[in-house]
Design a protein around this ligand. Structure first.
Ligand code: 3H9
Length: 703
């Protein structure tokens, strides 16, 4: 305990310092250590005030989230000591000042608010991000924050979970003073005068119940965090603060906190929190593997993907050389980039100055001049194997031998591309998702010869580019698109069986997907899917059913959004409306192919599409193309709009019970045919009453 919290005297002020790296979470032992420090300070007559601070990079980033998992597993975690600590701090008859740097999040802010005063450096941030974990503040935050900052601010902070910067927190009444110089001496000086200050119980600031503010908060949360229950629970708890005495409000908070903590949504979101950090860890590639310096990038292809990737690098401050085959294509690419930056300025995402600086980092080029200075080259040419191979053979000649050659291919074989060079160990896939400057996912595809340094550099680079980098193996479509194929297949089958596209998409949107699968196919271009299908036609198995309706739409010249017609009809603003031709075409096709009509409920639509994802995911996992099931979840949440609060497809399956998923997959297999053959891993885990999460753990333990 002594090493988690230390305490000492600076004249007449006691300093209690939390030292629980990396983020000073309130792990078991930390609240107890602070309480011990406080008792020590209260016992010493020469101590007149107390400063509570964090060592290292932050104040306190909240309760220890790993403890919640233990509570889920039925063991009691370390939350009670936090509640006792809050009472001790508040009851202290010597003023306690929280000295905040880094982040005071969740339980960290709640501890700070139980102190009598709060001071912070200007770079500090405070927040109640619990809703992002599917829970609400459980340490009186929903009751203290409205008392300090007013109802509106507290509703916003507790329901959306976004942090606020110190200056804004000061203006809102959460922080008492900003310390411009060194924090600790400033906080001690503040504490010395604390006894002379008016006790800051700011309950007069709390607004009376305001139904409009509450309704507006529900509306904002429904829009921003669609499908999530915790934001609405947080609003209910904050609203209680405006009509109930403090203690009764706390009881409302505790009831709602417990409900949220027991929910599948919190299990899913906590899984995602740790998952986003787990994916950066690659077994066998430790911190000892030295990464290569990335100072300059060259990009081949200034189309939609190449242009987006150029912006990603420029936004990270890395100079970009952008090459196209001719001036006209280059001008078009640069015009799109310039327009995108202008739109970002218009939407307030970037300042004009920032956008101007980033644009200047991109140098357009029609030849390979300057490529010898690039540390990494990203190829983003048309998705055609011969063209890619030619490009890589050229790159091999014009770049330094120690430069990384990355392909942005979304489906093609990285090993075949690498074989076109004299350095397959330097070749890797960097699969960005469209629009590259917006989507967070970067699938990093390891070929059989890709070197450890190239992998480590790519993982590190993803972080620098503000992407979630996930390492995957080299199979057709890699992890994301390989799984997406059966998901899309089911959505088209459902339409072929007589279900309207808006019914199919509507069911998946209500499930929480960012877009329905048919709308996604229209957006990507039905011609793209048809071209890929043609390329791999030779791999199709006789006797299996394949989706035909998209090919029929393509044959009629309907490619989706780009032609104004696909599964939907699009107006000039790309707003979709139902396309009556689709069901007519589906009916004709079904009659010819002898397909039964099968009106499906929303529940069945979701099961067919999502279980197809899961079944393929189980194969990908067993074959080793994904390192862990959680990697698949993070790919789907960040690249395919799968709702984070459902945990990703594999966690969703765990929560639904693998035995249930497996039973349904078997029924679909009996009813719809061989493409529903259960994945052996799904069958194995279901029969052993296990989970994908347990499978991840057993594999990690075996490694
Ligand atoms: C709460 O407080 C509920 C209360 O109301 C209840 C009171 C009764 N616990 O993100 P990073 C780990 S709920 C445990 O890479 P950064 C993280 O897993 C909590 N572990 O660093 C990682 O581990 P590893 C409310 C935590 O600098 C390592 O620390 N608070 C926690 O990019 C580094 O993390 C939150 O939701 C934690 N609370 O970002 C804040 N936090 O190295 C959650 C981090 O093994 N945390 N870890 O992979 C964050 O938002 C970011 O970590 C932070 C730092 C911004 C603080």
């Amino acid at each position: 305990m002594a090493n988690l919290v230390s305490y000492y005297k600076e004249g007449n002020v006691a300093v209690i310092a939390v030292d629980n790296p990396p983020v000073n979470a309130l792990s078991p032992g930390v609240p107890e250590g602070i309480m011990e420090g406080l008792r020590w300070a209260l016992m010493h007559d020469d101590v007149e005030a107390v400063v509570l601070a964090g060592r290292g990079r932050t104040f306190i980033a909240g309760a220890d989230i790993r403890e919640f998992e233990k509570i889920h597993a039925g063991h009691h975690g370390g939350l009670d000591p936090i509640l006792r600590l809050l009472a001790d701090l508040e009851d202290s008859d010597k003023p306690v000042v929280a000295a905040i740097h880094g982040t005071a999040f969740g339980g960290g802010l709640e501890v700070a608010m139980a102190c009598h005063y709060r001071v912070a450096v200007p770079t500090a941030q405070v927040g109640q991000p619990e809703v992002k974990l599917g829970i609400i503040p459980g340490g009186q935050g929903t009751q203290r924050l409205p008392r300090l900052a007013g109802l509106g601010k507290a509703l916003e902070m507790c329901s959306l979970g976004e942090p606020v910067r110190a200056a804004e927190a000061k203006a809102a009444g959460i922080i008492d003073e900003l310390i411009e110089g060194e924090l600790l001496p400033g906080a001690i000086a503040f504490a010395r005068h604390a006894t002379a200050r008016t006790p800051p119980r700011a309950s007069q600031k709390i607004a009376a119940p305001d139904p409009d503010a509450v309704a507006a908060a529900h509306e904002a949360a429904s829009k921003r965090l669609r499908g999530q229950t915790a934001p609405h629970a947080a609003i209910e708890a904050v609203e209680a603060a405006s009509r109930l005495p403090f203690r009764e409000g706390c009881q409302v908070e505790t009831r709602l906190f417990d409900q949220c903590l027991a929910s599948d949504q919190s299990k899913a979101l906590i899984h995602v929190f740790f998952g986003e950090r787990t994916v950066s860890k690659v077994p066998g590639i430790g911190k000892d593997v030295e990464t290569l310096p990335i100072r300059r990038v060259a990009i081949v292809g200034a189309g939609t993907m190449g242009g987006g990737i150029a912006m990603v690098y420029a936004n990270a401050g890395i100079p970009v050389l952008l090459k196209e085959a001719n001036e006209a294509a280059l001008d078009r690419g640069m015009a799109t980039i310039t327009r995108n930056y202008a739109n970002s300025v218009k939407r307030g995402r970037f300042t004009e100055e920032f956008a101007g600086q980033r644009l200047k980092l991109i140098t357009p080029h029609v030849n390979y001049g300057g490529f010898e200075d690039a540390d990494i080259i990203v190829e983003a040419v048309f998705e055609d194997m011969e063209l890619k191979k030619r490009t890589f053979a050229e790159l091999d000649k014009v770049t330094r031998p120690d430069a990384i050659l990355a392909s942005n291919t979304s489906t093609l074989d990285i090993d075949e591309i690498a074989a076109a060079t004299s350095r397959p160990h330097m070749v890797i896939g960097h699969h960005f998702f469209s629009p590259a400057n917006v989507m967070r996912l970067l699938e990093i595809v390891r070929g059989k010869a890709t070197g450890a340094q190239v992998i480590a550099t790519s993982m590190e680079l993803a972080r620098r580019l503000k992407k979630v980098g996930v390492l995957v193996g080299n199979c057709r479509g890699f992890v994301g698109n390989r799984m997406f194929a059966p998901y899309c297949r089911e959505s088209v089958f459902l339409v072929e069986e007589g279900n309207a596209p808006e019914h199919v998409d509507g069911a998946l949107y209500a499930f929480g997907m960012a877009m329905g699968p048919l709308a996604v196919q229209d957006l990507a271009g039905l011609d793209v899917g048809c071209r890929i299908r043609k390329e791999f036609k030779h791999l199709e198995q006789p006797g299996l059913r394949y989706a035909e309706l998209d090919s029929l739409l393509c044959a009629a010249g309907h490619y989706g959004q780009k032609t104004g017609r696909g599964f939907y009809i699009y107006d000039a603003a790309r707003k979709p409306s139902p396309n009556p031709e689709v069901l007519a075409l589906a009916g004709e096709y079904a009659a010819k192919a002898g397909l039964a009509r099968h009106p499906a409920t929303s529940e069945e639509i979701v099961e067919r599409c999502v279980y197809a994802l899961i079944n393929e995911g189980a194969r990908v996992l067993e074959e080793g193309f994904a390192l862990r099931s959680v990697d698949i979840d993070i790919i789907y949440i960040n690249g395919y709009g799968f709702p984070a609060w459902r945990g990703g497809p594999m966690k969703y399956a765990d929560l639904a019970g693998l035995a249930n998923v497996y039973a349904r997959v078997r029924q679909f297999h009996d009813r719809f045919g061989e493409h529903w053959k259960p994945a052996p891993l799904l069958e194995h885990l279901a029969r052993h009453n296990s989970t994908f999460t347990a499978y991840d753990k057993s594999r990690a333990a075996a490694a």
